[in-house]
Design a protein around this ligand. Structure first.
Ligand code: MN
Length: 250
């Protein structure tokens, strides 16, 4: 009898400790709380396009002026208008865009595609800047080294996510629920903030690999476009978003 009690105790203790050692499951409530602390959480389905933070030709030669002009003034403008049109109902009045993303399966696919198209591009514009030889520094550099081994290894991993994404989509660097950097890719206009996305997190860097992002200049040579992206990454903004993400997860 005593032996049996001891073995039950051992099993209970083992179960308790092995559970405690596991990462907690991050649910929608967890993500809503974290996302609400981000500056972008003020965006709604009725938000408008922000001005492009540089001229159309500012990212040349990595991205040509004509591509930027069409991408911003036609594609992003259309996603924004279509998102605005898709979120006029009363069910959207009290919701932020991020709150829609964390229960995106509840809404028409138009909300997902255009809400994603609106936010992903807004993020993408801010995460690029005229070539300045910037590289990651400080806490971000430490975190990249910790997660990927080196900046070069990270670039290779992220580039591969973009190059290998089948069809249209995006490559992402995000901070996951444990505060670690992770690389992923998504199809269409999906992003890591959405409840339907496998690798969830707070995005800190992204790359558009839709053909409309590069075809005029690079035609079918997506890998060349992905490699040229590294010259125009706004690492200062990546760092700012990384710090903001860590604070939001606390
Ligand atoms: Mn695009």
């Amino acid at each position: 009898m005593k032996k049996r009690l001891v073995s039950i105790l051992v099993v209970v203790l083992f179960a308790t400790f092995s559970f405690a050692g596991k990462p907690f499951p991050a649910d929608n409530a967890f993500w809503n709380k974290a996302f609400a602390k981000l500056a972008d959480s003020q965006l709604t389905g009725q938000s408008k396009q922000l001005p492009l933070p540089y001229a159309y030709n500012a990212l040349e030669p990595s991205v040509d002026a004509k591509t930027m002009e069409i991408h911003y003034s036609k594609h992003h403008a259309a996603y924004t208008k279509n998102m605005n049109d898709a979120t006029t109902g009363p069910e959207f009045a009290s919701k932020t865009l991020f709150q829609l993303f964390t229960e995106i399966e509840k809404y028409p696919v138009l909300v997902k595609n255009n809400g994603g198209g609106f936010y992903n591009h807004l993020l993408f514009w801010m995460l690029m800047a005229p070539a300045s030889g910037q590289e990651p520094t400080g806490e971000l550099l430490k975190a990249i080294n910790e997660s990927f081994g080196s900046v070069d290894k990270f670039k290779e991993t992220f580039s591969n996510a973009g190059k290998k994404q089948f069809g249209s989509g995006w490559a992402w660097l995000s901070v996951n629920e444990n505060g670690k950097l992770v690389v992923s890719s998504t199809p269409n206009q999906d992003n890591p903030l959405m409840s339907t996305t496998e690798v969830r997190g707070i995005p800190v860097l992204t790359l558009d690999v839709w053909e409309h992002a590069y075809y005029l200049q690079y035609q079918n040579r997506r890998p060349e476009y992905v490699d040229a992206f590294w010259k125009i990454v706004n690492w200062k903004e990546v760092s700012r978003r990384y710090d903001e993400a860590l604070k939001a997860l606390k």
